[in-house]
Ligand binder design. Structure first.
Ligand code: ADP
Ligand code: MG
Length: 324
């Protein structure tokens, strides 16, 4: 189990991370979400023991993870870290890179392990190609496989799919996270891409300017998004004043996702269609409402200028009001 107890850290004067707390059990996957510069990579590097902590402690089971002041080589054996900038050996093949840290005592077993990992990251076609000829996405996958080679107990991944084409991304994510669960490997993924984590992470920790602003399961955080930063990670969203959409005069803002707004025959809420954006199985419709734009999902294209009535599910009011 990984325990991060109240850690704070700064590179210079300003603090980069403030009072971060969480723990992860064996085999669990935690996503660290947040905008660029919010401190995700720094948090992973601290867990990897690359810097000395200013405050707080990090433990893996009973063992404390210490920075360079106490530990010259970062990264204990049971932990592997795949950085945003991965360092592979360019002049050797994908297979040799993956096998770099594997024992040569039993060569058949070594090859079996390499083949298994090549399959997990879907690099069969280039397994015998030198790394320097690979695309960015293929290099990223090779780096992932190499990190898995010696079965770490915990894996730290920094934006692990950022260089990989959409075509490959979905199946790679499924394959990798399935493998991690099967082998009971704990994992922390830093990302700003919802698709990296919503289906796979057990928990998400949201960072904003180095502080933890939310922590929970993807489903809970999505359904109870308590501010626009969290909602924006998941989807497009609208903000309504409570008084705009109910009879109540209470103060507060409600966050409403486009699919939670239904078009109806008549209602007190009406808008004018401004634009329809094709989006595969639906259209995202931009509506003019109370002097601003809101977005709803609809199965059909709606003509510009048309007036429509809409309603919002009452239950949302109970879940997603942010008070000021
Ligand atoms: P993220 O991964 O969420 O984009 P980072 O952890 O890389 O965020 O960065 C957090 C903050 O720390 C940023 O303001 C960044 O400029 C700063 N920072 C990152 N690395 C260093 C460094 N080596 N020295 C000084 N400042 C840094
Ligand atoms: Mg980063």
């Amino acid at each position: 189990m990984l325990q991060v107890n109240n850690i704070s850290f700064s590179y210079k004067v300003d603090s980069t991370l403030k009072n971060i707390n969480f723990s992860i059990g064996q085999g669990e996957c935690l996503a660290i979400a947040g905008e660029s510069g919010s401190g995700k990579s720094t948090l992973l590097k601290l867990i990897h023991g690359e810097y000395d902590l200013k405050e707080g402690e990090i433990y893996w089971n009973e063992e404390q993870i210490l920075g360079p002041e106490f530990n010259l080589i970062p990264g204990p054996d049971y932990m592997k870290y795949v950085a945003q900038e991965f360092d592979l050996m360019p002049f050797t093949t994908v297979e040799n890179n993956i096998g770099k840290f594997l024992s040569n005592v039993d060569l058949d077993k070594k090859q079996e392990r390499i083949t298994e990992l090549v399959e997990v990251v879907e690099l069969e076609e280039v397994a015998k190609t030198k790394v320097k000829y690979l695309s960015g996405g293929q290099k990223q996958r090779a780096a992932l496989a190499r990190a898995l080679a010696k079965e770490p107990e915990i894996l730290l991944l920094d934006e692990p799919f950022s260089h990989i084409d959409n075509l490959k991304k979905q199946s790679l994510r499924r394959s990798l996270f399935h493998y991690l669960k099967k082998q009971n490997i704990s994992c922390i993924v830093a990302t700003h891409d919802r698709d990296d984590v919503v289906s796979f992470a057990d928990k998400i920790l949201f960072l904003y300017r180095g502080e933890s602003i939310a922590y929970g399961t993807p489903k809970d955080l999505y359904q109870h998004a308590k501010n626009n930063l969290i909602a924006s990670f998941f989807d497009e969203f609208n903000e309504f004043k409570i008084s705009e959409i109910t009879d109540s005069q209470k103060f507060g803002i409600v966050i409403v996702y486009p699919h939670e707004i239904q078009i109806v025959k008549s209602s007190d809420l009406k808008g004018i269609v401004k634009q329809s954006f094709f989006n595969g199985d639906h259209y995202l419709i931009k509506l003019g409402f109370n002097g601003r734009n809101i977005f709803i999902k609809h199965t059909k294209l709606l003509e510009r200028g048309r007036q429509i009535y809409f309603q919002i599910d009452e239950l949302i009011m109970q879940k997603r009001v942010t008070n000021f």
